[in-house]
Design a protein around this ligand. Structure first.
Ligand SMILES: [Zn+2]
Ligand SMILES: [Zn+2]
Length: 128
């Protein structure tokens, strides 16, 4: 929590009660969340405010945009905890994948990789 509060402070943003609620909710639920998921976790905050706060967090790199297969925009706190996701095509469960091949791609292509999207789809053990 402290780490993220400092990012806000360093960028000149105050920790308002609402920002704190959204931050706490996203820290407690470390999985990809849509804006409406976040709103469900913070019932007393209206959608427009959720939108503004999550976008601010995104600008400040407190949250990252996560793309899955359903075209929805997800956000997740994953600073210093980089990972990807696998989605069950049967029940919709999302699991994390603690693997990234960015360095391999960089080595193979001699590119400096600045951004990437890597997503997996499959059938989870429970649905098999
Ligand atoms: Zn499943
Ligand atoms: Zn990665």
């Amino acid at each position: 929590m402290e780490f993220y509060l400092n990012i806000l402070k360093q960028n000149g943003y105050k920790l308002t009660g609402k920002r704190k609620l959204v931050l706490e909710a996203m820290l407690k639920n470390r999985r990809p969340l849509t804006l409406s998921d976040v709103q469900k976790l913070c019932v007393n905050i209206d959608f427009a405010t959720i939108y503004r706060i999550v976008n601010l967090f995104n600008e400040l790199d407190i949250v990252h945009e996560v793309k899955l297969f359903d075209k929805q925009q997800y956000y997740e706190i994953m600073k210093d905890d980089h990972h990807h996701h696998v989605v069950c095509q049967s029940c919709g469960k999302i699991d994390r994948v603690d693997l990234c091949i960015t360095q391999k791609v960089s080595k193979l292509t001699s590119y400096t990789i600045t951004n990437h999207i890597m997503e997996f789809k499959g059938i989870c053990p429970a649905c098999k």
